[in-house]
Design a protein around this ligand. Structure first.
Ligand code: CMC
Length: 423
């Protein structure tokens, strides 16, 4: 027998049954029954806002798959650009499709000179690179006016290519400006990640050669961050996209959500915490303070969805060692390892199913590679752009209604306006 849920309106005794399909029940079935009575679900804790065929996440089992492919296999065998194609178009590309895709992305990496000279250089000298990135992505919509034609598949695909290609250029540009260094133009003869690294680090050498191990480690990090189903930034993308905003404005909305410390900023908090702990000997006392509620939370631990080890954390931990082979060990690593060991043996963390998440080791890698802390969220935004665009495309193809939730009004009942002199 098919599984179902029945809701009875106790005011009238009328009941309506709705089948459970793909793990959810269709709330529209109850619209007739409930009229102006709404489901109250702040933070969408129990709400599936859409169906999606992009990313499968099983938090209890520690599973993450893009279009059915386990994240572990993609991190081992694939590249970020191949994963971006997979997320957006649904299948792995064949060799010709891949060649075209990489070529298209590579030849759209340049940004309009006015974006750099007039827009980016107009920021205050100490502007945060993530604030610059959010604004610059929105500004791109003023350069590509045809992007408003969201119903035209060819135009849609063109903006997808532009956005994926230009994010690293905008990101590096924001960094160079914030440290007072001249802008470095994209190099179309190297890979996506090698190009980003040369735009970040090139100084006076005729050609910047990225270390292949660092190039690969960055590619793996980009694969791991490319999508994570209906997270806060992706939801922002879908909400803006549902209003049929152009893809640049929608991506700016998603990036703005990612900017928040509860979302894209936790890896920065991990570095701050490890610095505060200071040495391996201080770890047990720090954990004790966390447990007693005196020391705040253990940053990089726990997850709303994963109640088992975050599968991305396992892969990142391995990538960290590959990076340290080149850069030398990050001195904070020993503290991180000890912290993990102590926490994973402690009943407080075991009973609450608190394990290291993706942010626990990613900050250590970024720091070892020389990225300043305020670039960490920017490094998250570059690959997440592929996920945002995959969801944007899917939303438009599903022809979804504009996102417009209801509220439970708890304010003042009607009252008459009072003149200023009588208040
Ligand atoms: N350290 C210590 N205790 C914790 C932690 C932590 N990191 N996380 C949760 N707890 C405790 C919490 O105090 C509560 O205990 P009790 O039941 O005694 O009140 C219990 O575990 C459940 O916590 P919760 O707040 O109900 O869990 P949540 O699902 O609402 O929060 C979280 C998830 C990620 C916000 C939280 O675990 C946290 O604040 N972690 C630290 C910040 C962090 O690492 N964030 C990055 C998340 S991964 C990034 C991404 O995927 O986008």
């Amino acid at each position: 027998m098919a599984e179902s849920v029945t809701i009875t309106d106790n005011r009238t005794g009328v009941a309506i049954e709705s089948p459970i399909v793909n793990g959810g029940v269709d709330a529209s079935a109850w619209r007739k029954l409930l009229g102006n009575t709404w489901f109250y679900d702040p933070g969408f804790m129990q709400t599936a806002a859409t169906s999606s065929a992009i990313t499968e996440l099983d938090g209890e089992a520690g599973i993450l798959r893009y279009r059915g492919y386990p994240i572990e296999q993609l991190a081992e065998h694939s590249t970020y650009l191949e994963v971006a194609y997979l997320l957006i178009y649904g299948d792995l590309p064949d060799d010709q499709q891949y060649e075209h895709w990489v070529h298209d992305i590579t030849y759209h990496t340049f940004i309009h000179e006015n974006v750099r000279k007039r827009f980016m250089e107009g920021f205050h000298y100490d502007a945060h690179p993530m604030g610059m990135l959010v604004s610059a992505v929105a500004a791109l919509s003023t350069f590509y006016l045809e992007a408003k034609n969201i119903d035209d598949e060819e135009i849609r695909n063109k903006q997808i290519v532009r956005l994926i290609a230009k994010m690293p250029t905008l990101a590096a540009c924001a960094h160079r400006f914030s440290v007072g260094q001249p802008f470095v133009y994209p190099d179309n003869s190297v890979s996506f990640c090698a190009n980003f690294l040369q735009m970040m680090w090139k100084v006076a050498e005729p050609r910047f050669e990225a270390d292949p191990k660092l190039e690969r480690a960055l590619d793996v990090l980009f694969i791991l961050h490319a999508d994570h189903e209906q997270n806060c930034g992706t939801t922002a993308m879908r909400v803006a996209g549902s209003a049929h905003s152009d893809p640049y404005s929608s991506t700016a909305a998603a990036a703005a959500a990612l900017y928040g410390p509860r979302h894209g900023g936790a890896n920065e908090a991990v570095i701050k915490m490890l610095r505060e702990i200071g040495s391996v000997e201080n770890v047990p006392d720090y954990v004790k303070a966390v447990k007693s509620g005196q020391g705040g939370r253990l940053q990089g631990f726990g997850h709303r969805v994963y109640k088992n080890y975050d599968p991305r954390a396992t892969i990142i931990k391995k990538a960290a060692y590959d990076v340290f082979d080149v850069t030398g060990k990050n001195p904070l690593l020993d503290i991180a390892l000890k912290l993990e060991e102590v926490a994973l043996a402690d009943d407080y963390f075991i009973s609450r199913k608190l394990y290291p998440n993706v942010d626990f080791y990613s900050g250590l890698i970024y720091q070892a590679m020389g990225f300043p802390q305020d670039m960490f969220t920017v490094l998250f935004a570059i690959p997440r752009t592929a996920g945002w665009l995959a969801h944007w495309k899917e939303l438009l193809e599903q022809d979804q209604k504009i996102a417009r939730p209801r509220q439970l009004y708890v304010g003042s009942p009607v009252r008459d306006y009072v003149e200023m002199k009588d208040r």
